[in-house]
Design a protein around this ligand. Structure first.
Ligand code: DQA
Length: 163
């Protein structure tokens, strides 16, 4: 009988678990209380926990990192390359609209990533319509709240399973 691929770490004879990184930009540590009309009521820990649990089901290793500092996010992206991170889920928050430096880090390391926004940035102020990341991303999810992160993860797990 043909065996179903049950896990991303075992199905394809992988010896080490696949590494995934979730990067959250500035002010996302305030989720839960920050403008809930835009960002919902889920806290950053709620989101990170849900992602880690989903990844663990298929044996993937998922780490989340939040910073209010551009340099810290850039350095985390550099470290991700050293660690062999396979995919990144990135919510650059306000840096979406301002950071050439973080964009360059994503381009330099060339780790494939999905850009996620909790709010629908296109339904908001004009300055939020421009992203320094979207053209580099595999895809963009915007406006689906915290569910957007889980949908991004689901897509990436599908990619990994078919590697
Ligand atoms: C955000 C949208 C950005 O415009 C904003 O600066 C954020 C959060 C979002 O998740 O909807 O901080 O990235």
């Amino acid at each position: 009988m043909k065996k179903e691929k049950a896990s991303t770490s075992g199905g394809n004879q992988r010896s080490t678990p696949v590494k995934l990184l979730v990067l959250h930009g500035p002010n996302l540590n305030l989720l839960g209380t920050r403008e809930p009309n835009f960002y919902g009521r889920a806290t950053l820990s709620d989101i990170n926990l849900a992602l880690a649990r989903r990844a663990a089901v298929v044996g993937a290793e998922l780490e989340s990192f939040q910073s209010n500092h551009e340099g810290a996010l850039i350095e985390r992206v550099h470290a991700a390359r050293e660690q062999g991170v396979r995919f990144i889920i990135l919510n650059p928050a306000a840096y979406t609209h301002t950071s050439v430096a973080l964009r360059d880090a994503m381009a330099a390391t060339a780790i494939p990533f999905i850009e996620v926004h909790l709010s629908n940035v296109h339904a908001r102020e004009d300055f939020r319509h421009r992203s320094f990341f979207s053209d580099l991303a595999i895809g963009v999810i915007s406006g689906l709240g915290s569910e957007g992160y889980l949908l991004a993860l689901e897509y990436l797990l599908g990619q990994i399973a078919s590697d």
